[in-house]
Design a protein around this ligand. Structure first.
Ligand SMILES: *Cc1c(COP(=O)(O)O)cnc(C)c1O
Length: 344
């Protein structure tokens, strides 16, 4: 099927590489009868703007331009990769970014301005940080009041939801699904499964929808990093329904095979246990790739655990989508002191 995409601005370095993870496969998959592991390097979409959010922003920024917006308002955690990528992409596009974040950092508390948040400031974004409770209770009002603030001053703001995940943002991963199919054809593999970390659902929604539209015979599974399976099945369906409605598409969302594993969230969003830090260390030491403790480290750890349990026995190839997140590693520095990847 030929997919017709809406307007897009080119920001990411595409296609990203598809690479085998043979040293990890050898030690952590083959001994359990598991598949060959591959990684789709979406951590390489860019350097500063790295990660999965940039693919969504290509469509979001095109939409902002088409609708005469000069400002992007978005939201997330204090260490949001999405907020950081939005701040930088907006700067490059000549737009202003306003980030509504939940957390504890303040301007007078410079020690906390680390990782993604540091980059938000460098990129010239306006940053408003709210306590967790207020953020959860008042997010729609915060969007509305900041939109009104810009409007009163003669500007026009596009409201971008958490993670850029809605019917607009998921175009980025519909397109990524098409790219990945071409990568797999070139590598002469037909992966039974594609795995990604799921946080706001848009990456999984785009990949699942893209695979469906293209008739790909592969199962996309999101490894949840915050909410449970029921939440994400619903969220992915909603993003697809929004896409369907906005673009007048004729597909039945109930035909999508939405798979979520919610067994590896650990203590909670943004909080990891030791096993995740160890997995991050082993990926760095065996493959030279950097995973992060919030998303990719948890998801990849979950994948290795499931392989150990035999969940992917009989599969030949699995692709893990590396969605980025490196800047989020540094604020977790205190947890790596005693971590060793491998038994000496
Ligand atoms: C946002 C993010 C995810 C999750 O993607 P969603 O589309 O929000 O589900 C995964 N990995 C990293 C590094 C992210 O920043």
């Amino acid at each position: 099927m030929n997919i017709e995409y809406p307007e897009r601005v080119s920001l990411a370095q595409l296609p990203t590489p598809l690479q085998p993870l043979d040293r990890i496969t050898e030690r952590y998959s083959k001994p359990y009868g598991g598949p060959r592991l591959w990684v789709k390097r979406d951590d390489l979409t860019e350097s500063a703007m790295s990660g999965n959010k940039l693919r969504k922003l290509e469509f979001i920024i095109a939409e902002a331009r088409a609708t005469g917006c000069d400002t992007l308002i978005t939201c997330g955690g204090e260490q949001s990769n999405h907020a950081r990528a939005t701040a930088l992409a907006a700067a490059k596009a000549g737009l202003h970014a306003h980030l509504v974040l939940r957390g504890a950092a303040t301007a007078s508390n410079n020690a906390e301005v680390d990782g993604n948040l540091l980059v938000d400031h460098l990129a010239g974004a306006s940053v408003s940080i709210y306590p967790l409770k207020q953020y959860i209770n008042e997010l729609p009002e915060l969007f509305a009041s900041w939109s009104a603030y810009y409007e009163e001053r003669g500007h026009k703001a596009l409201a971008v939801p958490t993670g850029g995940s809605d019917g607009l943002g998921i175009w980025g991963y519909i397109r990524a699904a098409e790219e990945l199919m071409q990568d797999c054809a070139a590598a002469q593999i037909a992966p039974e499964h594609v795995i990604c970390a799921t946080g706001s659902g848009g990456t999984q929604a785009g990949l699942t929808l893209g695979a469906h539209l293209l008739g790909a015979n592969t199962q996309i599974t999101g490894y949840a990093v915050c909410d449970d399976r029921a939440y994400f099945v619903d969220k992915v369906s909603k993003d697809v329904a929004d896409w369907k409605e906005r673009y007048g598409k004729n597909i039945a969302p109930e035909l999508l095979r939405i798979a979520v594993n919610d067994q590896y969230i650990g203590p909670g969003y943004g909080v990891a246990d030791k096993a995740v830090y160890e997995t991050i260390a082993l990926a760095a030491q065996l493959e030279g790739i950097l995973l992060d403790p919030v998303y990719t480290g948890k998801a990849f750890h979950g994948l290795l655990e499931e392989i150990k349990l035999g969940a992917y026995g009989g599969c030949r190839d699995i692709v893990f989508v590396h969605t980025g997140g490196q800047f989020g590693l540094f604020p977790h520095r205190a947890h790596f002191g005693s971590v060793r990847a491998m038994d000496e």
